[in-house]
Design a protein around this ligand. Structure first.
Ligand code: UT7
Length: 332
């Protein structure tokens, strides 16, 4: 173990222009703005429209903005990890498409898939490359075009998800700031409750899978809700307890934005007031791998060097976890 800690030294986000409001959804499926708002906290989500527009479009915009604002030369990037559940193609990796588009000629790039926990998995993976001392600039992207796998005749899922994402730059720094501790968990028995039935190697695309609408998110909402509420809150509490952190020590909870009720339960368990909870689900919905970098991006100007953040996520797999992060810079 070296004395180097991985620090986030910049963040940037991107959401596409088109806004799909609850009001518009009322014209598509049998739902109401009141139901969606009270059950989820979502008012609108952004949708990536147009031919040949994949998740890489979101990642490229986020990384370009990140490089610009951190004054980073693309050729200095060592590695790009893209957390996504909706890659442009099964292969090559979306991270490679992003790397090519931004001119990261010297980087090696790969995708990582852990559904809604993808960004925290990728952040911890990326941080290991920094902490070994071998690499100096790692870009971690979390981006999803969820609209590409959503059935807009299914009111139980189409109201939740949106498109968007963000990227952070990880660099080595002193042990006083950066990623201080984390815990990541998986339970594959949860796959039955949240998955996509076809399009993988088990059931490749066919006329039948298309007719049966099997290329969309399948979610047993209330079962997933119960696991999410318990595990996201438990993960956050565990990371706090083992580092002797109380609610008073925390500047912000940075929760995956799946449902406002899950976020509220996590905040209660951590004993932090709502003024300390990053929230943008009303604007973007659930962007899967994109929610946490989008939160950091939206709140960046309010963060101060030394702020203790607890990041927490839960998603398909099941996957979940939590990170204690000491923010490494003041607003620039
Ligand atoms: O991010 C990855 C992990 N995913 C999550 O964390 C999602 C977790 N789950 C949830 O957020 C919630 O379960 C949902 C938002 C998906 C659903 O909310 P819920 O309070 O669990 O509703 P429910 O599925 O128990 O359904 C309650 C009722 C049902 O009607 P009946 O059977 O009681 O007559 C549904 O048919 O609400 C109905 N319903 C709707 N009504 C209006 C379901 N979707 C809608 C809708 N508009 N869009």
């Amino acid at each position: 173990m070296t004395n180097i800690r991985a620090q986030i030294t910049g963040v940037h986000g991107y959401v596409p222009d088109y806004v799909l409001t609850n009001k518009e959804l009322e014209t598509i499926v049998d739902t109401t703005d009141e139901w969606i708002t009270s059950r989820t906290g979502i008012k609108q989500r952004h949708i990536l429209k147009g031919e040949n527009q994949g998740t890489s479009v979101i990642g490229i915009e986020a990384v370009k903005g990140l490089l610009e604002k951190t004054n980073t030369n693309a050729e200095d990037i060592d590695l790009i990890i893209c957390a996504t559940t909706t890659p442009d193609m099964t292969f090559p990796a979306t991270a490679n498409l992003i790397g090519d588009a931004v001119g990261a000629k010297n980087a090696f790039n790969y995708d990582l898939q852990a559904a809604c926990s993808g960004f925290i998995y990728a952040l911890i993976t990326g941080s290991q490359f920094i902490e070994t001392g071998k690499y100096k600039k790692v870009v971690v992207v979390g981006a999803d075009k969820m609209s590409s796998i959503i059935d807009y005749t299914d009111r139980t899922t189409c109201i939740i998800f949106g498109d968007g994402g963000g990227a952070v730059l990880l660099e080595p720094g002193s042990p006083d700031f950066g990623i201080m501790d984390s815990m990541l968990k998986s339970d594959g028995s949860g796959a039955q409750h949240l998955h996509m039935k076809a399009g993988g190697s088990r059931k490749p695309a066919s006329l039948e899978t298309i007719q049966n609408r099997e290329h969309f998110v399948y979610q047993e909402g209330s079962a997933v809700f119960k696991f999410a509420v318990t595990n996201m809150a438990d993960a956050a509490a565990e990371v706090m307890q083992r580092n002797n952190l109380t609610g008073d020590d925390i500047a912000y909870l940075v929760p995956h934005q799946a449902n406002k009720r899950i976020i509220d339960a996590t905040a209660r368990r951590m004993d932090v007031g709502e003024e300390k909870v990053m929230l943008n689900i009303h604007k973007y919905g659930n962007t899967t791998s994109g929610t946490i970098p989008l939160c950091l991006w939206d709140y960046e100007s309010q963060l101060r060097k030394g702020d203790n953040l607890i990041i927490a996520a839960f998603g398909g797999g099941f996957t979940w976890g939590s990170i204690w992060l000491k923010w490494a810079y003041d607003p620039k």
